[in-house]
Design a protein around this ligand. Structure first.
Ligand code: PBG
Length: 324
């Protein structure tokens, strides 16, 4: 056979494969999501997310140190308040678990990039991401509360806020509120393209944030839509988003690739709780090699065009990459 081109020549040895590898994962690519609860010395493992726990601010700071020491530059904080009500009144409290965790983190690790999730679903008794007017979400009334929540995070010392509620106009409302109060250097990592996904199931157990009636399809995107993603992202850019996120990640690689081609903002992708749980569950039964599946899925997300990956595997992946 006189084949002119034999692709296998460049796959022959590991050293050659390393030379021509196009995508490299680094600890700097990862953002580690963490769950803050009020109290001290509290660690509450989340059953559907093996290896992940809800932590009180003191333990959260200890764990963040491990993450930081592995080279991961950033964490994303979610909070579970002591009390939920109709109007999410605890969400902007300076004494809330997220605000306390931000302060604890900034004290222990001043250089760690602290990002906070801005949403109401963990704080409302009905579990929706916005305030209700009857059985409907009141979009514009919700914007005011979201802006207050973002401000309370900035006041606690957050470097970036990450609105995940999918209300229209929230990036602009948050940018304006931050600028008015002198927080023009606090960045917005927007959940620009967030689909109404079944892969958030384990997270809703973790955050006790499942909607008590209906679903989120009136505000999160239809998984069938791709062009709409570009429109959503363009709106967030106009309103002042610094980083654009696609969520979930692996089932939406086409969306990550099209955003990366279309926008010059950094692109983030969120490998969500269900994506994590699937790999963990299959590995626990011996059906998948956990480390290999973890690295392959993260590499695929980066190859598609994500500059940053929010992942519950951040610790394990960074440890594996550093040979540990
Ligand atoms: C809050 C929020 C959710 C997630 C991140 N922020 C849940 C939801 O929208 O229902 C999901 C994260 C994950 O599944 O890991 N709106």
């Amino acid at each position: 056979m006189d084949l002119v081109f034999r692709p296998r020549r460049l796959r022959r040895t590991e050293a050659i494969r390393r030379m021509v590898r196009e995508t490299h994962l680094r600890p700097e690519d990862f953002i580690y999501p963490m769950f803050a609860v009020p109290g001290s010395r509290l660690r509450q493992p989340i059953e559907a997310m093996p290896g992940i726990s809800r932590l009180s601010p003191d333990l959260l700071a200890e764990e963040a140190r491990v993450v930081w020491d592995l080279g991961v530059p950033a964490v994303l904080l979610f909070g579970l308040p002591a009390r939920k009500d109709d109007t999410a009144s605890e969400a902007a409290s300076p004494k809330g678990p997220v605000q306390q965790a931000v302060r604890a983190l900034k004290k222990a690790l001043p250089d760690l990039v602290v990002i906070t999730d801005v949403c109401l679903c963990g704080y409302t008794s009905h579990g929706h991401c916005g305030l209700l007017g009857g059985r409907e979400i009141d979009n514009d009334a919700t914007l005011e509360v979201l802006a207050e929540v973002a401000l309370s995070h900035a006041e606690a010392g957050a470097d970036m806020v990450a609105p995940s509620d999918m209300m229209d106009g929230r990036v602009g409302a948050i940018r304006e509120a931050l600028d008015e109060r002198g927080f023009e250097m606090v960045a917005i990592l927007s959940y620009a393209v967030k689909y109404a996904s079944s892969f958030y199931g384990p997270f809703r157990e973790a955050a006790e944030s499942a909607p008590q009636f209906g679903d989120r399809r009136g505000y999160q995107m239809d998984p069938a839509n791709a062009r709409e993603a570009l429109r959503e992202a363009a709106l967030d850019v106009e309103e002042g988003a610094d980083i654009l996120m696609v969520k979930p990640a692996l089932p939406y690689l086409d969306i990550i690739a099209s955003l990366a081609g279309e926008f010059d903002q950094p692109i983030a992708a969120y490998q969500v709780s269900g994506e994590y749980a699937m790999i963990k569950a299959a590995a626990a039964r011996g059906w998948l090699d956990e480390t290999a599946a973890m690295l392959e899925s993260l590499t695929a997300i980066k190859r598609a065009g994500a500059d940053l990956i929010l992942t519950y595997f951040a610790q394990d992946a960074a440890r594996t990459l550093s040979g540990g």
